[in-house]
Write a protein that binds this ligand. Structure first.
Ligand code: KE4
Length: 428
């Protein structure tokens, strides 16, 4: 038995499924999750001494790579000053000012400890600000595990949400309307039917929790216009795309001006940070400035703020972001060349420093939403590919319905080694 197998067996006695987040358990690709000993730069090292070129990067946060020297040094300095004070520090203001200077739609920000807290709080704020209760979300978009967001598309035209997990009460789902991504008329119909009872629309600007689904031209702008027309808040969930698609987020790439933005991952540099942010008139409703209550013991703690500040400072300096984009382009162009060489039906895409690809069940299939992703994605082939790549020392997301991430630490040699492994895995 490998060390990972032994540790996995032991973990399953004390942790549900042996993990602290379901996707880590390899359930959709099978096999034993690799237990990690440490990470450095572009690499993960498991407890059996295997090295992997890592394209998960803790699901996005580690855009500088594992244990970046500057981030680590900053944390070493910070930790001797204590880990948490439960009182304000200048660090929180410093990270806030960094984010605000980079994302024009953001005038104020509240830090929390996860993306789930960020979206949950943003939606409570939208309801408080508008006095309305309904929200619109999109099938295949994941915004964390708050009850009102663990909701699947209901049957029939009502599209009222149905709980998507045991334990989510019908009441929590009742005010969540769910429609397919990239279907603007369906959203217009919802606004016409529910008019001034819709508090907000929340969407991932790229559908990267169903693989990698790009918004069709004008779609996001159309959603923003509908929100303005009907007085609902337009909320972009940029927990994953923030500081990944572009320094100013996907909203900069698509030219959007959302009322609220949810952030996480990169802004914490690998430590637990989430945030909800946006227009001053809206954010001023948040306690203690306003009446909408939200709180958190470790929100804005000095270690997480330090990791976020040093990550963003480095990422936004010199040409570090652009170099990471160039590495992403190099890898994805190489993948596209191999797929066409070998005539393998795939849908491949990238945006900034993130990417995604599907193996398709038929060459003419096009994936534009969750329904088509589930119908056309060849998840069985993805599972085989995942394991071939893992055996070759490349760590991809253990699910077809996730995105991939690049780091500044990945060298061109790492990318060439990855492309060699891809060609071998797809030729077999
Ligand atoms: P967390 O609560 O996991 O910090 O963030 C939730 C969340 C919110 N919004 C978006 C767009 C997200 O992608 C996420 C979390 N992303 C997943 C990866 N698909 C985290 C991985 C996991 O669940 O373990």
């Amino acid at each position: 038995m490998t060390q990972s197998e032994q540790l996995y067996q032991r973990a399953q006695h004390v942790l549900p499924g042996g993990v602290n987040s379901p996707v880590r358990a390899f359930r959709s690709v099978g096999g034993t999750p690799r237990f990690i000993d440490h990470g450095k730069g572009a690499y993960l090292y498991d407890v059996d001494g295997q090295r992997y070129i890592d394209y998960v990067l803790s699901w996005g946060p580690l855009i500088l790579g594992h244990a970046d020297p500057e981030v680590t040094a900053a944390l070493h300095r910070a930790i001797d000053r204590g880990t948490s004070y439960g009182a304000p520090t200048a660090l929180e203001t410093e990270l806030a000012e960094l984010v605000i200077a980079t994302i024009p739609s953001i005038e104020m920000i509240r830090f929390v400890n996860s993306g789930t807290e960020a979206t949950m709080s943003a939606l409570r704020l939208a309801r408080a600000y508008t006095g309305r209760e309904k929200i619109i979300k999109f099938a295949g978009c994941y915004h964390g595990h708050a009850d009102m967001l663990l909701v699947q598309a209901g049957s029939g035209v009502a599209t009222f949400g149905l709980p998507d997990s045991p334990g989510v009460p019908a009441g929590a789902a009742a005010n969540t309307l769910v429609v397919e991504y990239n279907d603007l008329p369906a959203v217009e119909a919802l606004f016409q039917a529910h008019r001034d009872t819709i508090a907000a629309v929340i969407i991932e600007p790229i559908g990267s929790n169903m693989g990698f689904v790009r918004p069709q031209d004008g779609y996001l702008q159309g959603l923003q216009a509908l929100c303005r027309q009907y007085g609902a808040l337009f909320i972009l969930d940029e927990v994953m795309t923030g500081f990944r698609v572009a320094p100013g987020g996907a909203q900069a790439h698509f030219g959007l001006d959302p009322d609220l933005t949810c952030l996480g991952k990169v802004i914490g540099g690998g430590l637990p940070v989430g945030a909800y942010a946006g227009k001053r008139a809206i954010m001023s409703q948040v306690a203690p400035a306003g009446a909408m209550y939200q709180a958190g013991t470790l929100s804005g703690n000095p270690l997480a703020m330090t990791a976020g500040i040093s990550t963003l400072r480095k990422l936004l300096s010199a040409d570090i972001f652009d170099q990471t984009v160039a590495q992403t382009t190099y890898l994805i162009n190489g993948l596209q060349a191999i797929a066409s060489d070998l005539a393998i039906p795939m849908q491949i895409d990238r945006a900034g420093t993130m990417f995604g690809f599907y193996f398709l069940k038929s060459p003419e299939a096009v994936i534009t939403d969750y329904r088509s992703a589930k119908h056309f994605a060849d998840t069985e082939r993805y599972g085989r590919f995942f394991h071939a790549m893992l055996a070759a020392g490349v760590y991809l997301a253990p699910s077809q319905f996730e995105a991939g991430f690049m780091s500044y630490a990945h060298s061109t040699d790492d990318l060439d080694d990855t492309l060699t492994a891809i060609r071998a895995a797809l030729s077999g």
